[in-house]
Structure formats: structure tokens, C-alpha cells
Design a protein around this ligand. Structure first.
Ligand SMILES: *Cc1c(COP(=O)(O)O)cnc(C)c1O
Length: 386
């Protein structure tokens, strides 16, 4: 399916709503039926019917079709947060005694899910360095039910060989799931590489305007329906029709925004690489990146998120630099219109800072839609202060 068709037409039935170009927000919790027979039919299959907006809703359904098509998947489920799109399917597909193999540095709340939440249900995880395929073979147990990937991750950008791992898992009947937030469907297509379930924080690129929190899960109709019919309906992570509408609006400009962010990041990372005050820049499409070949094999482009470290850095030096920025905002999240900075030191105290720990030194930057020279000028004046 062509990208332009998905973003502009798929799922939209304008004749049903006054030929409005922009779809309506069907802000209704429930839907009415003419006869008890019709109602009974709807109640018997909430997955396919607009019955109650904790399940399906017409505004959501436009979005659902577009998001499934963008991933090249049969179906999609939309959640009230990205972490909901990760935790609910895991709770649905795993049982007590099941084992997970996961990459070692996933998103912080995903890590807490594996380390603190799932063990309460007797589900245990082995963490491995996912950059080396042999680690997956080495970690498999008879009770391994799921392999969890995040490629690249969003602080240190390690990649996994998606096709190879998906093939390995499939041959053993193990389900594969990936967090594809970094690339979005525009720059990486895990379903076409054999992955079963693709999760994504729609708060980031899909929303794109820093005004909605949401998540997406795509996969086969069978898996998506199984998750919907039980845990999705029981745990209640549905988003509001208004939030769904904001995501639809975000989708219209998704490729444009990503392209802009990608191009600007090339310019900003190149400039940083040339600065004597900078020790290293970590971005999958940088020439010096450790897995640059794999990055170009499985990613069609690269997002605007990267990390860098300062030379001879200290806790104070990192913080002085970040505090001095005047336009680049100090905040969590990314994927919006605005450029952001997030030092690793924001999650530790000065006493916990280990000067030789490279992860502690990382400063993460997200390049938004501003003029790249505007961002470089801001970085330059903050570097001058240290
Ligand atoms: C933000 C993020 C999430 C969580 O998404 P929310 O929408 O904040 O719940 C998950 N994975 C990655 C990689 C993220 O950046």
C-alpha cells in the first residue's frame, strides 16, 4: 500500500460524515442498536463492532487501519500509553513459569516491568547483550516463550539483527516482540523481517506535537484479537476519541517531520563531531557508530535522537552545559516539534556518579523541527561556558 494512500485516505469514509475532509471526533462512550438481536450480535464480538468505547470507536478505527497498514501488519491495537502497549500484551501472552529473553538496556519502565512486575506472576527474564546473536542461542530454555527486542534503544542505540533473531525464534515457536519507537514504521519495518508483535510509543513521532500520550501494538489479527478480547478489555487501557484524533492529525505529517529531523540531525551530529570539547557522538547513522552496517541494512533512515559525551567530563560540567542551553529544552520524551536535552545524570545523584561509567556521561539530545543552525548556535554558546 502506498504511504500517501495510507496517510490521506485509508479508513476514511467521508460520505458518512458530511464529506468532511478531517474526520469527526466521535466523542461517545456507547452506541445504540435497533433490535435486541443486533445488540446481542455486537456484544458477542466487540472486536469488530462499535459497542462501547473501552473497546472500539469509529475515530479510533480510522487510526487503527492506518497504523496497521503503516507497519505492514494485519491489525493494530491503540493504547493510552506506549508502556501500556508493551505491558498488556506481555500479561496476555505469558503464563506463570514462562521465560523471557530481553535485551539488557530497554526503556526504563520496560526494565521495571521485567525486573519487578512480571516476577510477581512467576515470569522471569534473562537479560543479554543483544548485539551478539550467539547470546540469544545461549539464553534459550525449554520454557522460553518470548524474545523482547528494542532496536535501536533510545539512550545508547545498540541494535539487534532483527531478521536473524526472528528466524531463530520462529523455528523454535518463540514469540518475538520489538519496541520500534526509535525508528517508527517510516524507518523500520519489523513485521516484514519476521517479528510477531511491534510496539511503539505513539507519544513520540506519531503524535509529534508533545500533546498526547498513547501507544500502538501491531501484529497478526489472531494475536491482536486474543489480546483485545481478554487483557485489553479487562485492564482498560483505551485512549479517548479526542486523543485518537490528535494522532490522526499527527500522522498526516509523519514522514515530513521525520525527514526534517533526520536531515537536521546529520548536520548537528557532524558539527558536534568536529568540536574539540566533544568526546564522542553516538547515533546509528554516524560513520563511527559500532553497528553502522547493520543499521543501514535494516533501517531506511534514522531518527533525531542521539547521545554524546563531553571530554574530561564531570557531573558538574555536564550540568553546567545543560543548564546553559537557552533554546534546547531540558525535558524527558522526544519526537515532538521541539528539541530536547536529557543528561543521564538527571536520574542519579552526584554521589552515585561514577566518572569512568560511560552510561553516566551520556547526554541525550533530540533534534526537533527548528533550523539546525539555531540549535548549533545554542550548543556552541553552552559549550563555551564549560
Ligand atoms: C517513551 C517510550 C516508551 C513509553 O511510551 P509512553 O508513551 O511514554 O508510555 C517506550 N519505549 C520507548 C523506547 C520510549 O521512548
Amino acid at each position: 500500500m502506498e504511504l500517501s494512500f495510507i496517510l490521506n485516505e485509508l479508513g476514511e469514509e467521508r460520505e458518512n460524515y458530511f464529506n468532511a475532509v478531517s474526520p469527526p471526533i466521535i466523542q461517545s462512550s456507547n452506541f445504540t442498536f435497533k433490535t435486541v438481536t443486533d445488540l446481542r450480535q455486537a456484544m458477542a464480538d466487540e472486536f469488530e463492532t462499535n459497542l462501547y468505547s473501552r473497546g472500539q470507536n469509529p475515530t479510533l478505527n480510522i487510526l487503527r487501519k492506518k497504523l496497521a497498514a503503516l507497519d505492514g501488519a494485519e491489525d493494530a491495537l491503540i493504547f493510552s500509553s506506549g508502556i501500556g502497549a508493551i505491558s498488556v500484551p506481555l500479561l496476555s501472552l505469558l503464563n506463570t513459569g514462562d521465560h523471557i529473553i530481553a535485551i539488557e538496556n530497554p526503556y526504563s519502565w520496560t526494565l521495571k516491568l521485567f525486573k519487578e512486575f512480571l516476577p510477581k506472576f512467576g515470569i522471569h527474564t534473562t537479560f543479554i547483550d543483544g548485539a551478539d546473536f550467539v547470546n540469544f542461542e545461549g539464553a534459550v530454555k525449554p520454557e522460553t516463550r518470548l524474545i523482547y527486542l528494542e532496536s535501536p534503544n533510545t539512550f545508547s542505540y545498540e541494535l539487534q539483527d532483527i531478521k536473524k533473531i526472528a528466524g531463530f525464534a520462529r523455528s523454535r515457536g518463540i514469540i518475538t516482540m520489538i519496541d520500534n519507537s526509535y525508528c517508527s514504521p517510516i524507518y523500520q519495518q519489523p513485521i516484514s523481517m519476521g517479528i510477531d508483535l511491534v510496539a511503539q510509543s505513539a507519544t513520540k513521532y506519531i503524535g509529534g506535537h508533545s500533546d498526547v500520550v498513547a501507544g500502538v501494538l501491531t501484529g497478526s489479527k489472531q494475536l491482536i484479537k486474543q489480546i483485545f478480547d481478554h487483557e485489553f478489555m479487562n485492564l482498560g487501557p483505551a485512549i479517548s476519541p479526542h486523543s485518537a484524533w490528535l494522532l490522526l492529525r499527527g500522522l498526516r505529517t509523519l514522514p515530513l517531520r521525520l525527514q526534517r529531523s533526520f536531515e537536521s540531525t546529520k548536520i548537528v551530529t557532524q558539527w558536534l563531531n568536529d568540536q574539540p570539547a566533544i568526546q564522542q557522538v553516538i547515533w546509528p547513522f554516524c560513520a563511527k557508530f559500532k553497528q553502522t552496517q547493520l543499521a543501514h541494512e535494516q533501517m531506511q533512515g534514522c531518527g533525531g535522537l542521539f547521545s554524546f559525551t563531553l571530554n574530561n567530563t564531570s557531573f558538574k560540567k555536564i550540568e553546567t552545559f545543560c543548564n546553559r542551553l537557552q533554546h534546547i529544552l531540558l525535558a524527558v520524551s522526544w519526537g515532538g516539534h521541539e528539541s530536547l536535552i536529557l543528561p543521564s545524570t538527571a536520574s542519579i545523584t552526584e554521589d552515585e556518579y561514577v566518572i569512568t561509567n560511560e552510561r553516566h556521561q551520556l547526554i541525550r539530545m533530540y533534534v526537533g523541527l527548528e533550523d539546525p543552525q539555531y540549535l548549533i548556535n545554542d550548543l556552541q554558546q553552552a559549550l563555551a561556558a564549560i
